[in-house]
Design a protein around this ligand. Sequence first.
Ligand code: F0G
Length: 455
Amino acid sequence: MSIAQNTETAARLRCIFCGAAPDCAGQDFRCTACGDLLEFVFPGWISDSPAFDPAGLKSLWLNRRTSRNPLDQSGVWRFRELLPHIPNPEEHVITLREGNTPLYRLPRCARATGVENLHAKHQGLNPTASFKDTGMTVAASSAHQGGFRWVACASTGNTSASMAAYAARGNMRSLVLIPDGKISWGKLSQSLDYGALTCQLRTDFDGCVRILNELVRQKPVYLLNSVNPYRIEGQKTAAIELMEQLAWEPPDHIIVPGGNLGNSSAIGKALLEMRELKLISRLPKLSIIQAYGANPFYRSVREFGGKKLEPMTADTLATAIRIGNPASWKKALRVLQATGGEVEEVSEVEIAAAKAEIGADGIGCEPASAVTLAGLKKLRRSGFVKSGEAVALILTGHLLKDPDFTIKFHRGDLFAGTGDAAEAVQAKSLQHAPFVLDADLGAVIAAVDAAERNS
Ligand code: F0G
């Protein structure tokens, strides 16, 4: 089975490497000529055509927020002029009203980093609590429109949770391949409740991807990993919505975590397209942050000038980004270079500390999201980000996705007995361990008084 392109839409598929423009994609979403990734391009976009009048589009998108149409209520589909068209949307679009996520100021983090104008766009406030929903609504709708019974993904937990939910809403069966023992219970529990066939494979994420790629070549199963270009299109909308929230005045920097590198590619693609359509007048620098133990892209850029990427065996407590062979690295490299962004790597302790600091601002996120703040601190130290500049962090997942990590950190157990124990001492002041007390008023008052003295 192949996935047909809709001829009514202006969107066309194109290979990012050889430029081949297939009429339809194979089930692995790879170019049949050279094997590289495909992307959507929009040859019909002409920036001075009335259909793409920037002021007209901006007010159309804003007005849709008050509509009762489910498509308009979605923070993805209300930007549908910049997405591939799904025919018969009433029948095929699967939406949980994703997107429409808040943009918050982070006052404490702003003081700690010396960046006064610091915002966080919280993609963890999507329906399944991660940014994956914005891409999933588009790609799952495309699977539905293609008549697929089964959809599948390999995942570190968030893609699987999202896919399982959208498949259930669209009456499709879903197959989840996840690394056994290496995803958080919160994420695993979501795919169980949403009714996915969940297979915990005795391998890592990259091993799950290998099996899945073989599977989709043999069975009529629709691939929902971020090599699927529909996912990337949906994930673009986070950047469009961010610009809308900033009154179309781009920040100087956007900072994202890097795992499989689909999200950075999507946000970068949106920035370039918005500039092309004159929706924004200049490009923010898009910087990508990885964990030390899962840093193949950082090493690719810093050691090899982006000429090659050496896969590695990844390891980090930020399990969402425990990825050693990122599929979309070439797409991410292109947007990194086009926007003049930077790559950084951060330690396990830096990630845990940054997570608690975001939490202390009353926002909270999962460990992989916190690499953004940890990365910002390093980019401030290197002088790449200046104090007067405006910065937006993309928080990708909700705090409650991985409560184990949070509880262990605050109890002081996260790094106990590991090589990071000495460095972890620096993060002690951020820990708020729970107290176990007798059911006694005096004991509680003593705890409050002690906390007051220490604050
Ligand atoms: N943050 C979170 C919370 C994630 O779940 C992921 C990826 C990323 C950041 C990195 O995004 O892969 O587009 O560079 N999670 C995937 C998953 C791989 O299977 O849930 P990326």
